[in-house]
Design a protein around this ligand. Structure first.
Ligand code: PLP
Length: 368
């Protein structure tokens, strides 16, 4: 086959790169947690669920593997998922927007609400993807520091933001902002929306659904990745007024959730007994891990999520994370302009024992 003559291919490629929009070239990009998937690696760095999905998910997926289902496009709005979710949450099916993971919904919301040069705000330390979404949009990201006890500053300093994200529970802290403060913030921002990113709400004592009816500018996003053990499947959803959902549908890819992810999400959501069992186990292990880490000399922030945030005042924590990694245990070292700590996902009981044994040996100064 004949190829087009290009005298200097690398210079030609470099020229194409300069054709990119400047704000894309200058942005850093989001860096996901390490995915090292050898069998002996204990992954406690990306808040995956250590338990398998409901057995009903496997059965439903096997049933979905027919030529016809694979050959045809999936339902664009996830009709069956919407029906099941509406029944579970006591809302209209039209209140739900499906997404390819909840990150997809955060992208859709940013594209829909934030103009180039506009403002996207979020409290920090928090989920780092929010900044990336603002960068891609050519918008200004405005980080707002949490108070030292992980609450919102009042008055809120960015009332003019086009979109505001609040992860509740927050990552990396696992802490929550109380309903009264959320209501005050939503009222301050109106008519611009407040997005409650509830990726971890299933592990918490309460969630923002109780506020949904009172606050028309409240949008809630949920993820099936963590509490339903479906991070590999990619499914999340947003909850908002039908009038808003109708507009957001215009922004999403027509078929943003494939037939297998929709099938798995429906089956997982329908098995609430299984979900409650997994949730209870993770919350019990969270309590045990927090107490054990405290005994080992960590300052542990009380968590409402499936991870804990811990720090030390007597020694740096980065070498501890590195030493754990050497022993095939991954935790997430995070550093926010000098404020650093370890975010450790909740594993099974046995995995937690392995982590604690390793930490004990590392802190005792042994090197293997
Ligand atoms: C994990 C996470 C998400 C994204 O979840 P996916 O549904 O897997 O895309 C969103 N927000 C926060 C705060 C998260 O930690």
């Amino acid at each position: 086959m004949e190829s087009f003559p290009v005298s200097d291919p690398s210079a030609a490629t470099a020229a194409v790169v300069t054709a990119l929009r400047p704000h894309i070239r200058s942005m850093k990009g989001y860096i996901p947690g390490e995915q090292r998937n050898a069998p002996d690696v204990l992954k406690l760095n990306t808040n995956e669920n250590p338990y398998p999905p409901s057995p009903r998910v496997f059965a439903a997926l096997r049933e979905a593997l027919t030529a016809d289902r694979l050959r045809k496009y999936p339902p664009p709005l996830g009709d069956e998922f919407r029906r099941v979710a509406a029944r579970l949450y006591g809302l209209e099916p039209e209140c739900f927007l499906i997404g390819n993971g909840s990150d997809d919904l955060l992208t859709i919301l940013t594209r829909a609400f934030v103009p180039p040069g506009g403002y996207l705000a979020a409290p920090m330390p928090g989920y780092l993807l929010y900044r990336t979404l603002a960068d891609i949009q050519g918008a200004v990201f405005v980080p707002v520091p949490f108070t030292p006890d992980w609450q919102l500053p009042e008055p809120w300093p960015v009332p003019q933001a086009h979109l505001t994200f609040l992860a509740n529970p927050n990552s990396p802290s696992g802490t929550m902002v109380a309903p009264a403060a959320i209501r005050r913030l939503a009222e301050t921002l109106a008519p611009a929306p407040l997005v409650l990113d509830e990726a971890y709400a299933d592990f918490a004592d309460w969630n923002g659904l109780s506020l949904f009816h009172q606050l028309p500018n409240l949008i809630i996003t949920r993820s099936m990745s963590k509490s339903y053990s479906l991070a590999g499947i990619r499914f999340g959803f947003a909850i908002a007024r039908p009038e808003l959902i109708r507009e957001l549908v215009k922004v999403k890819d027509s078929y943003n959730c494939d037939i297998l992810s929709q099938t798995a999400a429906v089956a997982a959501l329908e098995d609430q007994d299984y979900f409650q069992q997994v949730r209870a186990r993770i919350c019990a292990t969270r309590q045990r891990l927090a107490e054990a880490l405290t005994r080992l000399g960590f300052q542990v922030t009380p968590s409402q999520a499936n991870f804990v945030w811990c720090r030390r005042s007597d020694r740096p924590v980065r070498p501890i994370a590195d030493e754990l990694a050497r022993r095939n245990i991954l935790v997430r070292y995070m550093n926010y302009d000098g404020y650093d700590g370890l975010r450790i996902s909740i594993g099974t009981e046995a995995e937690t024992d392995r982590l604690l044994d390793a930490l004990q040996s590392i802190l005792a100064g042994c090197s293997s």
